[in-house]
Design a protein around this ligand. Structure first.
Ligand SMILES: [Zn+2]
Length: 327
């Protein structure tokens, strides 16, 4: 990118700093027990001050309160608000689109910081205002050059009482391989190179597993050489006998879907969306995380029979996926 073009881009993005992302968001429901219960279930939270009216009476609160870390949950807007950046729906989307249109196609959440002023009481309505707080200078990072964008959200109740705040930082970046192509062949081709899947870290404890997938075209399952217990994902020690000795068997590839979720967003370069992300029960008894392919998201069901297929990316990386089992 020429200096002049970059200057223009930076002027354009800096104009967003200080702007509210959109209007104040008002929680769709007041603070309520069913939502607290659902949230506690999902998080494994069991404190009686959140869940048991009688027990809560004896606490300093005198009644059921909401876990402070639920703060953002009260103002979540639902999926429709976040579908795609192609048609920006708010200032944050507009800012991201400007950067994406200029080659900063990658996005990565980097850190978030939350401050809680107090516990929330049943019946309170939570309101949130999010402002684009800052945009960094262009930084070189491990994934590519880009800008850190920080938004700050302040939370209040229906009477304007302070409930807390949250800052959220994302990195909007030019994927490193696209950058390399740009410096070699000129900028116009930067976006032409297809980004590839993020590779798993391959350490001493799990590198062998990926190598076996690639060389043998099977899903290996680690086996303790001392007591023969199977374990997955790979780890250094047997949880039954403590032995560090292991070999591996090849899974048959037959499995059933234990649970699944469909990922629409956030979208990383190098993946095709939506992704049907699954946990399967292998017929050998171990459980593994994978991706379901050749199946529409609406056709997935818990318990469905699936079979393994070793997928190969364009760059030669091999990864086990599953597809609906042939009948
Ligand atoms: Zn063992």
């Amino acid at each position: 990118m020429s200096d002049e073009k970059k200057k223009a881009l930076e002027a354009q993005i800096r104009a967003f700093v200080g702007k509210p992302v959109g209007p104040v968001v008002v929680g769709r429901d007041p603070v309520n027990e069913p939502m607290i219960r659902q949230w506690c279930d999902a998080m494994g939270e069991t404190h009686p001050a959140y869940l048991d009216a009688d027990a809560a009476k004896k606490t300093v609160h005198g009644e059921i309160v909401a876990p402070p870390t639920m703060l953002q949950a009260w103002v979540m807007e639902g999926w429709a608000m976040h579908e795609g950046y192609d048609e920006p729906k708010n200032e944050q989307h507009r800012l991201h689109k400007v950067l994406a249109d200029n080659g900063y196609t990658g996005v990565l959440g980097t850190n978030t910081e939350e401050n809680y002023t107090r516990y929330l009481r049943l019946g309170e309505t939570v309101k949130a205002l999010t402002v684009i707080d800052s945009i960094s200078e262009e930084k070189a990072t491990g994934v590519g050059i880009g800008y850190f964008i920080t938004t700050k959200t302040t939370f209040e109740n229906q009477d304007g009482e302070d409930l807390g705040s949250m800052s959220f930082r994302v990195l909007r970046f030019k994927p490193a391989n696209a950058q390399a192509a740009a410096s070699k062949e000129g900028e116009s081709k930067a976006t032409a190179q297809k980004p590839s899947r993020i590779k798993p870290p391959m350490g001493h404890d799990n590198g062998w597993w990926w190598e076996k997938v690639a060389s043998d075209g099977v899903i290996p399952i680690q086996r303790c050489t001392s007591c023969q217990k199977l374990r997955h994902p790979p780890r250094p020690m047997c949880d039954a006998c403590g032995s560090q000795g292991f070999d591996a068997i090849a899974a048959s590839g037959r499995a059933t879907v234990h649970t699944f979720t469909v990922i629409h967003y956030p979208q990383f370069p190098g993946y095709e969306y939506p992704i049907v992300s699954i946990i399967v029960d292998l017929e050998e008894g171990e459980r593994m995380a994978s991706t379901l392919v050749d199946c529409k998201p609406e056709d997935v069901s818990i318990g469905m029979a699936v079979e393994a297929v070793i997928h190969e990316d364009e760059d030669g990386f091999k990864i086990p996926f599953f597809r609906p089992a042939a009948r």
